[in-house]
Design a protein around this ligand. Structure first.
Ligand SMILES: *Cc1c(COP(=O)(O)O)cnc(C)c1O
Ligand code: SF4
Length: 346
């Protein structure tokens, strides 16, 4: 008989947690001691609710405006068609070099390594993404790997998705192993929300291979509010940092969730205490269904200006917007006007 290895049981534990994620809005209300009437019956569930237990545990019971709840609960406003909001707001599909590879910027390509996420963020810019066409199945990695191997200007591969850490360790480490064999690559970057959403994903099996290969590893996590970072997340992030991985964070500026200076400042402080540097603060990508989260460019600029005047420089994220066809994420800058200063007295 083949003995069952401890790490296999362990791997199964985050996967089991994933499988138990809450998908019924009423169930979520029950957990949060909120009335059924807080569920929006008009919400369109094409992009369904999905939230694991460990993330729910960080929401405040009885608070319908909880900043973590607002990021995941479907709302009827998502069904509104707002001018300027599109299904593919950043032109991902036009930039698909081969299935699964988005090549927009010089030196780096983005590989759609997984088709799903552990948590469905309501503002997700890829909520309408046709994952079936950018099929991230292993057989198709061959085409992606051939493309990367054939372009010596590429020195960094970004694993994205979906969430690449939803892949089993065997598949993920195999993919990275194949990237290591491409001589012009220097770095692999993993864009993931899992260490925050499901910290149990950061287990021994992951830590056994992460950061051990030839390529430098950068991990860009995604958090929007300080309440997302509890003690279990701290521990998971510290383990990743100890594996020699450079940790960065990107946030999306979201109305009603994190559009206050004190929230953003606290997020930067907590991230840094867990070994993570704030990288980008994104203006919302104009994806159909997310218009109610929009914060104006003017207000965003003012918020960041106030952050800059109250934090160490390295705790201030770069305010950017993705513009279709541009050669990089576009920095937003401008002069603070006095009226903004007054309005921001918060
Ligand atoms: C955001 C993005 C990148 C990474 O850009 P950085 O500015 O290097 O973080 C790369 N490729 C695509 C397609 C992107 O959307
Ligand atoms: S983690 Fe990223 S890709 Fe996944 S749903 Fe959230 S915003 Fe979208």
């Amino acid at each position: 008989m083949i003995p069952i290895k401890a790490e296999l049981l362990h791997t199964a534990s985050w996967q089991r947690e994933m499988a138990r994620a809450v998908t019924d809005p009423r169930e979520l209300m029950r957990r949060l001691e909120l009335p059924d009437s807080a569920v929006d019956r008009m919400a369109n569930l094409d992009f369904p609710l999905r939230v694991p237990e460990s993330f729910i545990a960080r929401m405040e019971p009885g608070n319908p405006r909880d900043p973590l709840l607002l990021q995941v609960l479907p709302h009827y406003q998502e069904t509104r068609l707002v001018p300027g909001y599109h299904q593919d707001p950043v032109g991902d599909q036009a930039s698909m070099a081969v299935p699964g590879v988005i090549h927009k910027y010089r030196g780096r390509v983005l590989l759609i390594a997984a088709a799903s996420c552990a948590l469905h963020c309501r503002y997700c810019f890829r909520r309408h993404f046709p994952y079936a066409e950018a099929n991230p199945k292993s057989e198709q990695w061959r085409g992606a790997l051939d493309y990367i191997a054939g372009d010596s200007t590429v020195n960094e591969v970004i694993l994205s998705g979906g969430d690449p850490l939803l892949l089993a360790d065997s598949r993920l480490s195999m993919l990275i192993g194949r990237l290591e064999a491409i001589p012009h690559l220097r770095r692999v970057r993993i864009h993931t929300r899992l260490p925050v959403v499901l910290p149990s994903r950061v287990n021994k099996t992951l830590l056994r291979w992460l950061g051990k290969g030839r390529l430098q590893v950068v991990m860009v996590i995604h958090t929007n509010h300080p309440n997302e970072l509890d003690e279990t997340v701290h521990v998971a992030l510290q383990k990743i940092a100890t594996a020699g991985v450079t940790l960065l964070n990107q946030s999306v500026l979201l109305k009603g969730v994190n559009d206050r200076v004190e929230t953003l400042n606290e997020l930067s402080e907590i991230l840094f205490s867990a070994g993570v540097l704030p990288y980008y603060l994104h203006l919302l990508d104009k994806v159909q269904g997310a218009a109610h989260f929009e914060v104006s460019e003017e207000r965003a600029l003012s918020l960041v200006e106030v952050m800059r005047n109250s934090l160490s420089g390295y705790l201030v994220p770069r305010l950017v917007r993705e513009r279709q066809g541009a050669p990089a994420k576009q920095p937003i800058s401008g002069m603070l006007r006095r009226t903004d200063e007054i309005r921001l007295d918060i």
